[in-house]
Ligand binder design. Sequence first.
Ligand SMILES: NC(=O)c1ccc[n+]([C@@H]2O[C@H](COP(=O)([O-])OP(=O)(O)OC[C@H]3O[C@@H](n4cnc5c(N)ncnc54)[C@H](OP(=O)(O)O)[C@@H]3O)[C@@H](O)[C@H]2O)c1
Length: 300
Amino acid sequence: MLEALVKRSSPLPVESKLLIFGGGFTGQHIAGLARALGTKVICTRRTNKKAGSDCAFDSESKLLPPKDFFKDVTHILSCVPPNQTGEDPVLNSLGKELRNIPLKWVGYLSTTGVYGDRQGEWVHETDEPKPHQPRSQRRWACEQAWLNEDLPIQILRLPGIYGPGRSAIKNILSGKTKMIHKPGQVFSRIHVDDIAGAAIHLMHLAEKDIKPKIINLADNLPCTNIEVMQYAASLLRTSLPPIEPFKIASRNMSPMAISFWEENRRVSNKMLCHDLGYSLVHPDYKSGLRDCLSQEKKVN
Ligand SMILES: NC(=O)c1ccc[n+]([C@@H]2O[C@H](COP(=O)([O-])OP(=O)(O)OC[C@H]3O[C@@H](n4cnc5c(N)ncnc54)[C@H](OP(=O)(O)O)[C@@H]3O)[C@@H](O)[C@H]2O)c1
């Protein structure tokens, strides 16, 4: 879908240089779009042996980029999750370097987990976070750390990220399908192309001094996982295992998996799509899964 994204996105100013901390799944997609638009991009991963790494950065082993790595950088995106004590690995290791660069835009990928459980209600950026899970409390602490810096920061709050190679299509093909039903439970999600498209859109708005501090990135259609699996199975023309009630399925789930089912919220994208004018490439999981299938067919 890169071609479609490139067509609908405008190039950043020529002098732009984007540094992505944590060029993993999402970081690589954003790097791919920015490069296709003609922007210079450099990425870190924890080891240079991983694809797409221009420089190794690992806060745990204190492996830091050299000073000249930051030369001419104008935009920064951090995709690095919090460490175990709730400190931000990038700010902790490299905050001083970042403060010395004249940056135009800094993005931090956070999670909508900071909102906590809302019993299926819609959550907006103006809602006070109520992080309940320890990992969400660590995330909230990192958001605060970024917001307390004197940097042109935008916090991008993400629900479940999916895309080619990480989707219901992939789960079915690898035989990892679970059909779990919990009454009233929905999940929000975002296709990785839309994280990339929205990030570039927000960088452009920042040039015009439009830069709200916190933005939800989610599609239009929070829904059950069962609906997503059923649609993926229909695309693959395959059958699915029987539906299991959550009460029974949870007996064999890890505490981590159970924690995902403890929170129920619908993430509003009104600010992104209405107030800030971003048009989703994949407004719902149906469009997103069709894309996953066509991209995965190309790979296999
Ligand atoms: N997956 C989801 O559904 C979801 C939902 C909401 C928010 N998020 C958050 O959004 C961000 C991007 O997600 P993703 O799925 O694209 O994650 P990902 O593929 O795991 O990418 C995370 C990146 O951070 C790097 N990293 C991790 N710990 C590090 C450390 N201590 N020092 C330096 N670099 C470190 C990783 O390095 P390597 O490349 O070497 O592994 C990787 O490049 C993450 O913060 C994630 O927690 C994810």
